[in-house]
Design a protein. Sequence first.
Length: 195
Amino acid sequence: MTDDAVLQVRDDMSAFWHSKAAVWHKAEYFTFTSKENYEAFCVAKDLIQDSGEALLAHRKTGFSASASLAYIEFWGVLQAIFIQQGAIKEMWKLFDLKPKELPVPPAWEDVRVLRNLAAGHPVAEKHSGNGLRRSVTSRTQKSYSEIKLTVFSESDERHQVVNLGAKIDCYDAAAALIMAQIFDKLRQQIQGYET
């Protein structure tokens, strides 16, 4: 289980931020270009932590044996990743990284597509280039290594087994690299106020 790389970068970023309180407390908008940007940083930083810790805690305990609870947990895990992605994306924009739009790694997009299909729009999800899709998750026991999903599209019906743990691990590694770039920009921003 390696789904804590994003949390590690976030924790390092937070420790750095708090270690530089003497610098940012003296700066207008705490070194950000506006009050709104400072608030966006704080909210995004906290949401990355909250979602990451929730994902890590659930990963340690696993899915409930109750099919009903496991559904909520599965949808919740996917939504927590979606929230985390939104917070990382906001930080990317906030620090004005190049390119302007966050370059989305395949592992990031993979888990996002799964979320949209299984939890975001399961009744009718419009997937670019593939037309309308519908999905349902099996009532069988869920685990991070095996979640059964049936996907209906205009052309076929597909049964698949999703290794959610592997998808999350790949996403986490890719997102941590993005977070590392954001952290570098935060360091540069603070250093600009130290001189």
